[in-house]
Design a protein around this ligand. Structure first.
Ligand code: TYD
Length: 142
């Protein structure tokens, strides 16, 4: 599955901790958008979509949240509870965010501007696109 945990470098001293994220250095893409989710309820489920081309890095900068991630071959669950690491989610991964802690703040860095046409919001449609052959015209040679 096109997901990876990325640990960040922590700059800490007696005053506290600091994490700096620079595009193409700490994050493997140029950062074109940042958004964050806060004031959620524990019982809500967010996300429930995939992106055709977008790559994102999600960080629970405060509290915890669980991501259900699915590339069409079955779901995996990843819990984020550490401001010093993130989860990189590539294109064509269905995601659902759930079990938000009361204090949770999830920051997301993205490699593209907001584009509703990049969303797949229907799970069956996602499965159809995820399982479609990459080169439908290709002819096997062996
Ligand atoms: P939504 O996609 O429903 O959030 P989630 O994926 O967490 O379930 O987004 C909520 C609203 O915010 C919706 O009206 C679209 C808007 N929005 C933007 O304007 N820009 C953005 O970058 C994002 C992610 C959402």
């Amino acid at each position: 599955m096109d997901i990876a945990r990325i640990p960040f470098q922590i700059h800490g001293d007696s005053r506290g901790m600091l994490v700096a994220l620079e595009g193409m250095r700490d994050v493997p893409f140029d950062i074109r958008r940042v958004y964050y989710i806060f004031a959620t309820c524990e019982s809500v489920r967010r996300g429930q979509h995939a992106h055709r081309t977008l790559t994102q890095l999600a960080v629970a900068v405060r509290g915890s949240v669980t991501f259900l991630l699915d590339d069409g071959s079955g779901p995996a669950e990843v819990t984020l509870d550490d401001p010093a690491s993130g989860v990189l989610i590539g294109p064509m991964v269905w995601r659902e965010l759930h079990h938000f802690s009361e204090d949770c703040v999830v920051m997301v860095l993205a490699d593209q501007l907001y584009d509703p046409s990049d969303y797949i919001a229907d799970y069956d449609q996602f499965l159809r696109e995820a399982r479609a052959p990459a080169y439908p015209e290709a002819v096997a040679v062996a």
